[in-house]
Design a protein. Structure first.
Length: 199
């Protein structure tokens, strides 16, 4: 089926490794971990903003996927199935532990060059948007994270979230509206990508 997003994974490679694991070759799961570790850690980091915690959350997601591998029927892409498991794992962790307190990693105060000031403003804007996204009710937060940060199309994002595409569009629209209300200066700018039907 060709390469997955960013050239990290191939559907054929994933399906072959799944078949090998189910057939008894447990070491084949290492191939799945190698191909997907960076993406799952990156997704977890969007939720907790802590590298160690993100790696721990990703490891938990891989463990759940490994235990559920026999239930994978290939009705959706492996990436969709694995991302849904990871997302559910991260949601559960957030419910159990609460959202982490996010620190803004500021540039040194002595950096006053115009370029450094612009970098600082960009980093503050990015951090403020992430804070606002994480503070949204989970149905809006998850929709925004999967669609925008994971760069999934509407169909795949809806499958990952286990909701209809129309519901996803509505959640994206409502999530963006809530972001505008919470931090107007950091809301999506004109020209930012907006999925069709959510305007």
């Amino acid at each position: 089926m060709g390469e997955g997003r960013m050239g990290e994974a191939s559907d054929d490679d994933d399906d072959a490794d799944v078949a090998r694991v189910v057939g008894g070759d447990l070491e084949a799961f290492e191939g799945i971990v190698r191909r997907w570790q960076r993406r799952l850690v990156g997704l977890a980091w969007r939720f907790c903003r802590d590298r160690a915690a993100a790696e721990d959350m990703a490891q938990e997601a891989f463990l759940k996927a490994f235990r559920s591998l026999r239930a994978y029927r290939g009705e959706s892409a492996f990436s969709t199935w694995l991302t849904a498991i990871a997302l559910n794992t991260y949601r559960s962790r957030l419910r159990a532990e609460g959202p982490a307190l996010l620190a803004i990693d500021l540039l040194p105060a002595r950096a006053v060059e115009p370029g450094a000031l612009r970098d600082l403003q960009d980093r503050e804007r990015t951090e403020a948007v992430r804070r606002a996204v994480l503070a949204l009710p989970h149905r809006y937060r998850d929709a925004l994270v999967v669609y925008y940060f994971q760069e999934r199309d509407l169909k795949e994002a809806a499958q990952i979230l286990g909701i209809a595409e129309g519901t996803l569009k509505a959640n994206l629209h409502r999530g963006r509206e809530m972001l505008r209300g919470r931090c107007a200066e950091f809301a999506p700018r004109p020209g930012d990508p907006v999925p069709e039907g959510t305007r």
